[in-house]
Design a protein around this ligand. Sequence first.
Ligand code: ADP
Ligand code: ZN
Ligand code: ZN
Length: 721
Amino acid sequence: MTVTPVIKVAVPRPIYSTYEYSINPTQGTPCIGGRVAVPFGKSREEIGICIQAQIVSERTDLKSIIKIIDTEPVISPKMMSFAHWISQYYIYPLGEVLFSMLPSFLRKGKPLRMSDSNRWELKDPSFENKRAHSQTKLFHYIKENPRASTETLLQEGFLRETIKTLERKEIICQAATEADYLSQIVRPKPSLEQQLAIDTISCSLGTHQTFLLEGITGSGKTEVYLQTIERAIAKNSGQALILVPEINLTPQNLQRFKDRFGDCGILHSSLPPKQKLDEWIKCKNGVSRVVLGTRSSILTPFSNLRLIIVDEEHDTSYKQSEGLKYSARDLAVKRSKDLGIPLVLGSATPSLESIQNQKLGRYNLLSMRSRFGPANLPKIEVLDMRKENQIDGLSHSLIKAIRGCIKKRQQALLYINRRGFSPSLICKKCGYQFLCADCDTKLILHHSPKQLACHSCERTHPAPTECMKCSSNELIPLGVGTQRIELAIERLFSDTGVLRIDRDSSKSLKSLSTLLGAIEDDKPLVLVGTQMLAKGHHFPSVTLVGVINADAGMLSPDFKAPERTAQTLVQVAGRAGRGNAPGKVLIQSYQPNNPNLRLLVEKGYSNFAEQELVTRSQSKLPPFRRLAIIRSESSDPEAAQRFLELYRDKILSTIPLEKKSLEIFGPLKAPLGRIDNRYRFQLIVLADNAKDLRDSLWQWVPSTSQKNIKWTIDIDPQDAV
Ligand code: ADP
Ligand code: ZN
Ligand code: ZN
């Protein structure tokens, strides 16, 4: 009997199993965490990751691998165990998790090469090797040109192999970026609150602790990050990772990091693939010392990570909504725990989960309650829309305030969370409302270009001139969107500039930064926009913020809606009065006595959050229980529903009686029951703790490729009804 060496491979397919392959002795030995090409199913060649090597198997029917791609792991042992944990927690196939950790070039099988922007210096200055002529030549070149980049070396005619050989022999090594910048930093003197936060976090370097840095907008959280990072990376080539919701939306923020640390590493999804690979390698090698990244950067390997910061930790963009539905903030907690390093969660409006964790003693609270310098928090006022005259959704009082603002040559910002001209078009004669034929949604009227658009399936139709039912030509747009507000402002204030910022006006990210860059601080201007405009920007001349409609969010059936609405309102309000002149915020509401709104406006976010936690606790919702949503969709509504019924029954039949901690609702029609003619259902599972939830869901993981049905599991969902 012959015993063949066998390895276990995870492939990036929606399947919950891993596969064994045999190795032909001539192929060499693959390393754990390295890539191999394997035959898989009908596809001739698939790239997988070796997750276990040298298994002794007596099976003779195994296919053998096609080739070994890596001689060194692309997934380190630490990242491998992180991937296993993620796969278990999010009930997601291991192969897919592993591939989420790799830049696209590596996913496609391209070689793990060195980064072209790496710089090189001598490690062993005594090198002498008369026979290896090219190595000696490279050695002398680097001796005379320390910090030469790979790119330069290649241009000088040196070969990658020669560079690699000298590195392997430890004759040269990669130089850290701007090793000498730390001594040249000019840093402002921290306030007392800032100093306390910086000292407390720095003291815990080398151990794990999570800090909840709750600081009102403009209190100087970013400065705390900057000075803490400086201490974290000072020793032993330490690295720091800062997660931000979106890099492109806040070029000002990025510039502050660059001013302080020189060349920062940058990781986000719209980087060109080659640059992404480069940045990824620099993190892995320890060359990038300070790295700014969006959600997916929490899945990047580091050689000596000493600090993680999650800015605006409450932001919903940290949760991935497709595929592996992870929360980058939650993964940051896990990763920092595993690495034994401090984690800072910063926000002016912390999530209820984080507040609850802090109350339970899992997180340490650091508060910053005053704005830096002369700026004060703006005054907030609620306008009773039942009593106001209005033009295109703008109340008389708000128009008056805008006029006053322009007169003083200041700027106003109007926030409305709806793009387009009007969210519905109705026939005045018969009441017919234009709906999408393929989705359970209204069609949104757009002005430029003039059309009806479905925001669910993205289909568009030319704007109609008459009713589909009674042919009347009296069609009225009901409600307002950003375009309608923009046009109204142009009409009312014809000699003042208006700038609309939403997904339609800034299709490309470049145009968004051009739009933002064109804002001149000393010119009166009215900014109109969605969420995009509310996040993180610093507009020093904005003194007035108008919220066009605060009601929709507070009244939504989603139990998380009040929390999210409150966070957005505080963030938008925080855009007012960041410069020298004081700010003012006007909130238009048809329900000015809504208790949530009143509490927020009169007592502030912390009091609102306290009250909201009481509500959640009474209804036993997260963070007091753990939640998962299993979703299904199909062109056949019965099939979609039946699948979830089966799922429910499987879970119920496998739960031991003592596991009373589990509660299941549904299957129910999803809030948006039909998109693009696919019917959507969901099953809601609540459990007393994460383990019970996970254990019960792992009882039955059917193949993810069901005939005609797409299904997903969402753990700790963001949109939950
Ligand atoms: P946050 O991140 O909490 O919104 P920032 O860090 O952006 O606040 O600080 C708000 C403003 O105050 C910025 O313009 C920043 O440059 C300034 N600032 C913060 N800390 C200091 C300090 N210690 N000395 C001088 N200016 C500071
Ligand atoms: Zn009609
Ligand atoms: Zn549609």
